[in-house]
Ligand binder design. Structure first.
Ligand code: ZN
Length: 228
């Protein structure tokens, strides 16, 4: 490989911004797992990815999300669903990382940086940090077709969980994308269909994913992603 000056600069930036979350590069590779390929939530996930890429571009940050694979009903789906149910039911009471529940090989075999499971279960959605690849499992509940504007709520739920994979934490009170706890009413009424980021969110994103300053100050201190 011929290394150009640009490539060297890019490598240095990648190493510097990798401090907050090990393995995070400029491109976050998303593997989307669905029960069936025609699941309508796939379009919600793509809308949430596009939302984040617009937002990150507006913030002049180089990190982007890219869907690298859509996998429908893989052989290991049951094991991944079982792990997702376990985390969803116990997420607030179990340790993360090496002391926490270890993902099944069916999940780690998928690779990427983030696995987005569009679950068969009506589970509590979450973003769970893992060691290695993938570094997060995001699990999204089934649709609730009877509820008004559930599509809008689901898009915001997916964007919220992807926000955790970028290092964002919950905001208490108010109607913001990273609210926690949240009222689904807020998402239904949000202008443009997306709940807003707060100034605190924007500052944290710039701290975690900002470009290296000329005086050599790297991205910032590590912040652990918080599951829902
Ligand atoms: Zn959350």
């Amino acid at each position: 490989m011929r290394i150009t000056r640009g490539a060297v600069v890019l490598l240095l930036v990648t190493l510097s911004t990798a401090v907050p979350a090990a393995g995070q590069g400029l491109e976050r590779r998303l593997v989307v797992v669905v029960p069936e390929a025609d699941d309508p939530r796939v379009e919600h996930a793509r809308a949430a990815i596009a939302f984040w890429n617009r937002t990150l571009a507006d913030l002049d940050l180089d990190v982007r999300m890219r869907e690298v694979a859509l996998i429908a009903g893989p052989p290991g789906m049951r094991a991944i669903e079982t792990f997702a149910r376990f985390v969803s039911q116990r997420g607030g009471r179990i340790p993360k990382g090496r002391d926490g529940p270890q993902p099944p090989p069916e999940l780690t075999a998928l690779g990427g940086d983030v696995v987005v499971l569009l679950s068969r279960q009506p589970l509590l959605p979450f973003a769970w940090p893992l060691i290695g690849s993938p570094d997060h499992l995001v699990a999204i509940r089934t649709a609730r077709p009877g509820r008004p504007r559930d599509d809008t709520v689901l898009r915001n739920v997916i964007a919220h969980e992807l926000g955790h994979t970028l290092g964002l934490r919950h905001n208490r009170g108010g109607a913001s994308l990273m609210c926690g706890p949240c009222s689904s009413l807020a998402a239904r009424e949000s202008p443009g269909g997306w709940l807003p980021l707060t100034e605190r969110d924007r500052v944290l994103l710039r701290t975690l994913h900002g470009k290296v300053e000329t005086h050599g100050q790297p991205g910032g201190a590590g912040v652990e992603a918080v599951p829902d």
